[in-house]
Design a protein around this ligand. Structure first.
Ligand code: SAM
Length: 227
C-alpha cells in the first residue's frame, strides 16, 4: 500500500512508461506501478547500499525482476542508454538535492519526456533548475500527510520559450493559482519560522541587519500571497 504522497506521484506517471525512480529506497513507487500494469519498465536507482538492498529485496519478493532493475548508482548515473527511459521520478528529498541530481548529468535527460519531482522542502530550487533548463511545469500539487506538507512538480521539455517570475518560482505557478488549504498552511508555517528567526537575530549582540532585511522582504512576499 502506497502512502498518499507516493500515490499522487504515481498518478503522474504515464501509462506504459519506461521510468527511472532515483532515490528509490524500497522501490515502493515502481513496484506499485509495475504490479498494477502501469509501466513497461523501471530502473530503481539508489546511491546508498542499505536502501539499494531494500529495493533489490522488494523487487525479488514481488517477482518483478523482469520489469524493475535495481541499480546502485549516484543520481542519473543509474540510467543507461538501452533502458530507453522516458519518465523520471525523484521523490522524498530536498529541492536542492533534486536540482543537483538533475544538473549533474543532463545528457541523460535528452530522451526524457517527463520529470515528476517531489521536493520535501525547497521547491523553489527545483523550479529554478527547471526554468534555467527550459523544462516547463505542466502540473503542480500540494498535499498534506502525517503533519507534513509536500509539493509535487511535473515538468516536460518546452517547445516554446517561457519564463517564471520570482513569485512563481517561490510558490509555484499552479500552486499560486490553486491556493489550496495545504498551500496556505505551508506558507503560514514558514512565516512563523521566519518571525522566530528574525526575533532571534535581533537579540544578537550585533544583529545581522542585511539578513534581517532579507527575511522581512521574504515575509512581506508571503503575506501578499496568502492574504
Ligand atoms: N523516493 C522514496 C520516497 O519518496 O519515499 C525514498 C525517499 S528517501 C527519503 C531518499 C532516498 O534518496 C534515500 O534512500 C537516499 O539514499 C537516496 N538518495 C539520496 N541522494 C541520492 C543520489 N544522489 N542518487 C540516488 N539516490 C539518492
Amino acid at each position: 500500500h502506497l502512502s498518499l504522497r507516493l500515490a499522487r506521484v504515481a498518478s503522474y506517471v504515464p501509462k506504459g512508461a519506461r521510468m527511472a525512480d532515483i532515490g528509490s529506497d524500497h522501490a515502493y513507487l515502481p513496484a506499485h506501478l509495475a504490479l498494477n500494469g502501469q509501466i513497461e519498465y523501471a530502473v530503481a536507482g539508489e546511491v546508498v547500499k542499505g536502501p539499494f538492498e531494500n529495493a533489490a529485496h522488494e523487487i525479488k519478493q514481488l517477482q518483478l525482476d523482469n520489469v524493475i532493475q535495481p541499480r546502485l548508482a549516484d543520481g542519473l548515473a543509474a540510467i543507461q542508454a538501452d533502458d530507453r527511459i522516458d519518465t523520471i521520478t525523484i521523490a522524498g528529498m530536498g529541492g536542492t538535492l533534486i536540482a543537483k541530481i538533475l544538473a549533474a548529468d543532463t545528457q541523460k535527460l535528452a530522451e526524457v519526456k517527463r520529470l515528476i519531482l517531489q521536493p520535501n522542502v525547497g521547491g523553489e530550487r527545483v523550479r529554478e533548475w527547471l526554468l534555467a533548463n527550459q523544462w516547463q511545469i505542466m502540473a503542480e500539487e500540494v498535499l498534506e500527510e502525517d503533519d507534513h506538507i509536500y509539493e509535487i512538480i511535473v515538468a516536460e521539455p518546452s517547445i516554446v520559450p517561457f519564463t517564471y517570475n520570482d513569485r512563481e518560482l517561490k510558490f509555484g505557478p499552479f500552486l499560486l493559482e490553486q491556493d489550496q488549504p495545504a498551500f496556505r498552511k505551508e506558507w503560514l508555517a514558514e512565516l512563523e519560522r521566519e518571525q522566530v528567526a528574525i526575533e532571534q537575530m535581533k537579540k544578537a549582540a550585533q544583529p545581522p541587519v542585511a539578513k534581517i532585511k532579507e527575511f522581512e522582504r521574504e515575509m512581506q512576499m508571503i503575506k501578499e500571497v496568502i492574504k
